[in-house]
Design a binder for this molecule. Structure first.
Ligand SMILES: [Zn+2]
Length: 212
């Protein structure tokens, strides 16, 4: 259980615990768990322990709680089913995000699926004292592996309903998606380190070649 603001604490560095957090959005970071390295797709969520590591790195569950939960369900058929279903959801969301960021609509079947997931695994709110004032925090109960759908379905629903689609883009140089939260809104790359510099170097080399 963890508040949804965890993401905003995000990354000075692009890689965290073996994952990329360049999306500025939980749903996009989830989609970005299958990047391409040297044009080859890389599955960063091959198994249950990788999935749990991602949830911890994304700040969606507390470390101690995550470790106990991971141990409890390790090697279980439930965990294997969840990881498979989550990767399928990720690819469905990728298809929708790609259409939606180019002005298309989110498919009705995706909305149905998100609504089903949110009714089965809703995000909850609790209120309590924190540094002398009361704070309302969002959380979800960790009962079974499928409980992990709660923050993902919620993040996808919020992305499609609350974020301006023209501010969501695919990197100019790779398959990663991001929410452009910059003031001027002309972010082009997933990350300056990963793609920005590479593209600049390529452009420089091309200019250099053509001037020879
Ligand atoms: Zn990139």
């Amino acid at each position: 259980m963890k508040k949804s603001t965890a993401q905003s604490k995000a990354s000075e560095t692009d890689w965290r615990d073996g994952f990329l957090f360049v999306g500025k959005n939980v749903c996009l970071d989830f989609i970005n768990t299958r990047p391409e390295i040297d044009r080859q797709p890389q599955e960063l969520l091959p198994d249950w322990s990788a999935l749990m590591r991602w949830f911890r790195a994304a700040g969606l569950i507390e470390r101690r709680e995550a470790l106990a939960f991971e141990r409890k369900w390790a090697e279980s058929s439930e965990a294997a089913r969840t990881i498979k279903a989550m990767r399928e959801l990720r690819e469905e969301l990728r298809t929708d995000v790609r259409a939606w960021e180019r002005g298309g609509r989110v498919r009705a079947k995706t909305l149905r699926e998100l609504n089903d997931l949110m009714s089965q695994h809703p995000m909850l709110t609790k209120v309590g004292p924190n540094s002398g004032r009361l704070v309302a925090e969002r959380w979800f109960p960790l009962q079974e592996p499928d409980s992990l759908f709660a923050p993902l379905a919620d993040a996808a629903a919020k992305l499609f309903s609350q974020v301006n689609a023209s501010r969501v883009r695919r990197c100019a140089n790779c398959v990663l998606h991001f929410h452009d939260t910059s003031k001027i809104g002309i972010r082009r790359w997933c990350s300056m380190r990963l793609c920005g510099n590479r593209e600049k170097v390529a452009a420089y080399a091309a200019r250099h070649r053509s001037s020879e």
